[in-house]
Design a protein around this ligand. Structure first.
Ligand code: PFF
Length: 434
């Protein structure tokens, strides 16, 4: 069975796909608005601290576990000890729950790309966005369309689907981003946006911010739902995954910062507030674009950028349940993709409707959409990352010496994996949930 598993064409395609998974809506949609809600630069500091300390280790452990076991998530955990199967199963379940809200945002993006091309004059983007999200049939159609695009690409397999999409979309993403940053930095008062991002106000620090930063860090790095484990399981040659870990973390952080540099100068230049929440890129930015010459082209370009980022991450999320289903049940990828499509559609439709006709339904006092976002980023991903560290450190016995030459660093890695990171993950979870 193992020999029949697909593998990456080259080291380059693996790292591109892993960066493609990490860099997504988390960087461009979620990061700026969560930073905006949590006081700007001080949140950035906490976030960077967590990325460099706590997140490095589980990211590495995921890649290592995939590479060592050469199995999809459930098989990977089961091969360490059959009793750990449940921790493996938690990964595709988390993936399905994430997809169920991720693809809704993907649907909005498609709508905004079309809006840019049609050059419609919208007087009030806040009303436009509310209508888009509340109008049941179009909203569900866009969600399903985005899901379908990602499912088809994922079903086509590693080379024809995942590598193909990343090879085209990631360079496109980078080019559009650079153009938009140059444009944004030339707006009047752009420096105010940069100050907001980089001048911390320490009075805004609070415990809840640490959980938000942790949830954001895990989400943006795709840690804690098996995407990198599954991608790692397709690594064929003797690849240095320590180097891959640095590269993924560095690129993801760079793109999150660049997204901030692309967005905040424009917001401050127009005297707007950065704390408008999830609507930041769907209301505030389009409002700005509508006031500048050729704004509709910039609007389309910005949402094509978001689309590229969302698709490359979306396929990595779907790859987890698709790989698990097809390898466990020994069915074709196409059949597995079909089942995953149905399951994700069944959850994402009520989540889409939670902006409109199902807004009354609350789970833990949140709308279905907000509940899915909260439960995955702030609860399931930290929990999965916790079990991953415990199992990788104590049972699979991954050790720093396997990958690091420096003795001090490799000892530090071992202590981090077995004690510090699991403890920190649980502590932050408890503080945040209180
Ligand atoms: N990292 C992606 C983003 O920042 O948008 C989201 C994501 C992808 C989360 C894959 C989890 C995952 F497994």
């Amino acid at each position: 069975m193992e020999n029949n598993r697909p593998s990456w064409t080259s080291k380059y395609t693996f790292i591109l796909a892993a960066i493609g998974s990490a860099v997504g809506l988390g960087n461009i949609w979620r990061f700026p608005y969560i930073m905006g809600q949590n006081g700007g630069a001080v949140f950035l500091l906490v976030y960077l601290l967590l990325i460099m300390t706590i997140c490095f280790i589980p990211l590495f452990a995921e890649l290592a576990m995939g590479k060592i076991t050469k199995k999809e998530c459930i098989g990977a955990f089961e091969s360490v000890n059959p009793k750990f199967k449940i921790f493996g199963i938690m990964n595709p379940i988390t993936g399905i729950l994430i997809s169920s809200f991720y693809f809704i945002v993907g649907g909005w993006i498609i709508n905004y790309i079309l809006l840019g091309f049609r050059n419609l004059k919208i007087a009030n983007f806040s009303e436009y966005f509310v209508q888009l999200t509340q109008n049941s049939i179009p909203a569900c159609t866009y969600t399903l369309l985005f899901l379908l695009i990602c499912i088809i690409l994922t079903a086509r397999g590693i080379k024809k689907g995942i590598e193909f999409a990343n090879n085209i979309l990631m360079p496109l993403f980078a080019v559009i981003m650079i153009i938009l940053i140059i444009f944004g930095l030339q707006l009047p008062n752009a420096n105010l946006g940069l100050e907001y991002m980089f001048k911390p106000d320490f009075s805004k620090i609070n415990p809840q911010m640490f959980l938000s930063a942790l949830g954001q860090a895990l989400f943006t790095l795709s840690i804690g739902m098996g995407a990198l484990l599954t991608y790692g399981s397709y690594i064929k040659e003797d690849k240095n995954i320590m180097k891959s870990t640095y590269t993924i973390i560095f690129s993801d952080t760079l793109f999150a910062l660049l997204a901030g540099i692309m967005i905040f100068p424009a917001i401050f230049s127009f005297g707007l507030e950065p704390n408008s929440g999830a609507g930041l890129v769907f209301v505030t930015l389009p409002h700005i674009f509508s006031q500048i010459p050729f704004g509709h082209i910039i609007l389309a370009a910005f949402f094509i950028l978001l689309f590229a980022a969302a698709v490359t991450s979306g396929i990595s999320i779907l790859e987890v349940p698709i790989a698990s289903l097809s390898e466990r049940l020994k069915i074709s990828r196409a059949k597995a993709a079909y089942w995953v499509f149905l399951i994700v559609a069944a959850i994402s439709i009520p989540a889409t409707l939670s902006f409109g006709i199902m807004s009354e339904y609350k789970l833990l006092n949140r709308s279905i959409f907000d509940f899915l976002d909260f439960i995955t980023s702030n609860v399931l991903m930290p929990l999965n990352a916790f079990f991953l560290c415990i199992i990788a450190g104590w049972f699979l016995k991954i050790r720093g010496t396997m990958f690091l030459k420096n003795k001090f660093l490799s000892n530090l890695f071992d202590i981090g994996l077995k004690y510090i990171v699991p403890f920190a993950l649980i502590l932050l979870l408890i503080i945040g949930l209180k």
